[in-house]
Structure formats: C-alpha cells, structure tokens
Write a protein that binds this ligand. Structure first.
Ligand code: NAP
Length: 258
C-alpha cells in the first residue's frame, strides 16, 4: 500500500516552504521529484538537500509559472529526465499585502498571474504526460484564506485561492475519463519563510487562533499530497481538504478559552 517508488512528481514552488515540504515527503518515499521555482540558487540548495533523502532522482528546473512557455519547458524537462509525469503539485504562490482601498491593477494582476493562471498553465503543460501515465494526479495548494476565511490585505489573494477551487472542480470532471484526479489542499498557517516575513506579532496571533496550539509544518501538507498521489486515493477527486490544526472551527475566540 501507498507505494510512491517509481512515481514521477513535479512540485512548483518546491525550493522553499510548503513546496519544499511536499517535495521532501515524495523524495523520502523514493519518488522522482522535479522542483520548479525562479531562483536558481534556492533551487540548487534544495536539490542538494532533497537528493540525500531517497532513492529517486531529484531535479531543479528554473520556471516562472506565470509564463506558459516556461511551464512547457518544465514539463518537457521532467519527461526527459524521468520518462513521464504521474503527479503535479501546483503549489507555487505569492501572498503580498494590498489593502483593497489602495490595491493597484498591477498588484492584482501579479497575484492572479501567479496563483490562478500559474496553476492552470502548470497543469496544462503537464497534461499529455499525466494522460500517458494512466493514473495522473493533480494536487493544488489553495488556502483556507479565500475558500473559508478572510484576512485584511488579502482580498486579491483570497479571490485567487478560491478561484483555484473553481478550476479544480471543472478540471476534475474533464480529466476523470483519463484516470486523473484533481484535488486541493487548503493549508492553514504553516511555518514557512514566506509566513515568517509577516512578523512575530502575526505569527503569535495566528498561533492563538489554532485549536492544535501550533502552526503547521510544510511536511503536514506533504503528507496529504502524498496520500492523494497514491493509487489507493484514485476515487477521490474534486475535493478541497483543509490541513489547519482546526483553525477554521471556532465560532468565536471564546471557543478556545473554555
Ligand atoms: P514561500 O515560502 O514564499 O515559497 C514560495 C515558493 O513558490 C518558492 O519556491 C518560490 O520560489 C516559488 N514561486 C513564487 N512565485 C513563483 C513563480 N512565479 N514561478 C515559480 N515559482 C514561484 O511560500 P509558501 O508559504 O510555501 O506558500 C506556498 C503555497 O502555499 C502558496 O500557494 C501559498 O498561497 C500557499 N499557502 C501558504 C500558507 C502558509 O501558511 N505558508 C497558507 C496557506 C496557503 P521563487 O521565488 O524562487 O520563484
């Protein structure tokens, strides 16, 4: 059960944070893993670490997911190196602050380009390989922010994360005849470099709001992604699953103080 050896996986945003956690779980399970991001230095460092974890091949491919040509190059490089692609984790995303009152069209466009179009371009680029796999898996990294909750400064981000779920549901129907499943992981607050940049006050406030009493780890998202990637998860498609230590559950802050 749950054998991921000889599975070939693409993880966008795999050089850091949640994507790196996802890549490490797959690499440890013996999968071939191609990680994609823009910074070559961060890719190189992540590849060196991931390579030591398992028996599969690990590859770093410079990619801008907002560019369909770059996504096509990513898919071609992974197919060339591994002979195919079975699993795509479309995880790359950005979460800059922009209050609604002052948000510029350029700020909105950047978030939509990376978080929404980037997901779609990534899946489109890998589609032929996923179909050829016969058991393709697409796992999107959405968020609780947008689909379930909101946070000031993130109206564009929340819209982008909810949009991913709209994409997921139709893609799941279109791709089901090919044996491909399409699901989304909704992380709560996961301790990553990106989140760390938001400051200690933000992190302390968020930790207080989580029934589990701690932020999540990138590998917590990786473990769900790995399960969704298995043959055994083949009857699960079009689903959005929160991994958040219960963060979305309290009806009010009082629910955590009883
Ligand atoms: P992170 O630590 O900032 O890492 C982001 C990753 O995405 C990096 O590898 C980055 O590399 C890559 N990336 C960014 N823009 C890209 C682009 N245009 N093309 C290719 N790669 C790109 O962020 P994270 O916290 O791990 O977030 C990862 C995903 O989880 C995002 O979709 C985010 O919305 C979601 N999420 C995070 C949290 C959380 O608590 N951290 C919660 C909910 C959802 P380069 O900059 O080198 O390209």
């Amino acid at each position: 059960m749950f054998d991921l050896q000889s599975t070939s996986v693409v993880v966008t945003g795999g050089s850091k944070g949640i994507g790196r956690g996802i890549a490490s779980v797959f690499a440890t399970a013996g999968a071939n893993v191609a990680i994609a991001a823009r910074s070559a230095a961060e890719l190189d460092s992540a590849v060196a670490d991931l390579d030591a974890l398992g028996s599969g091949k690990v590859l770093g491919i410079r990619t801008d997911v907002a560019d369909p040509v770059s996504c096509a190059n990513l898919a071609a490089a992974a197919v060339d190196a591994f002979g195919g692609i079975d699993v795509v984790c479309a995880n790359a995303g950005i979460f800059p602050d922009a209050p609604l009152a002052t948000m510029t069209p350029a700020q909105l466009a950047e978030v939509v380009d990376v978080n929404v179009k980037g997901n779609i371009f990534t899946v489109q680029a890998c589609l032929d390989a996923l179909i050829a796999s016969g058991r393709g898996r697409v796992i999107l990294t959405s968020s609780i922010t947008g689909p379930i909750t909101g946070f000031p400064g993130w109206s564009h981000y929340g819209a982008s994360k909810a949009a991913q779920l709209g994409f997921m549901r139709t893609a799941a129907i279109e791709l089901a005849p090919h044996g491909i499943t399409v699901n989304a992981v909704l992380p709560g607050n996961i301790f990553t470099e990106g989140l760390y940049d938001k400051g200690e006050d933000y992190i302390a406030g968020m930790t207080k709001a989580i029934p589990a009493g701690t932020l999540g780890k990138p590998e917590d998202i990786g473990h769900l992604a790995a399960f969704l990637a298995t043959v055994e998860a083949g009857y699960i498609t079009g689903q959005a699953i929160a991994v958040d230590g219960g963060q979305v559950l309290p009806e009010s802050p009082d629910a955590l103080n009883t």
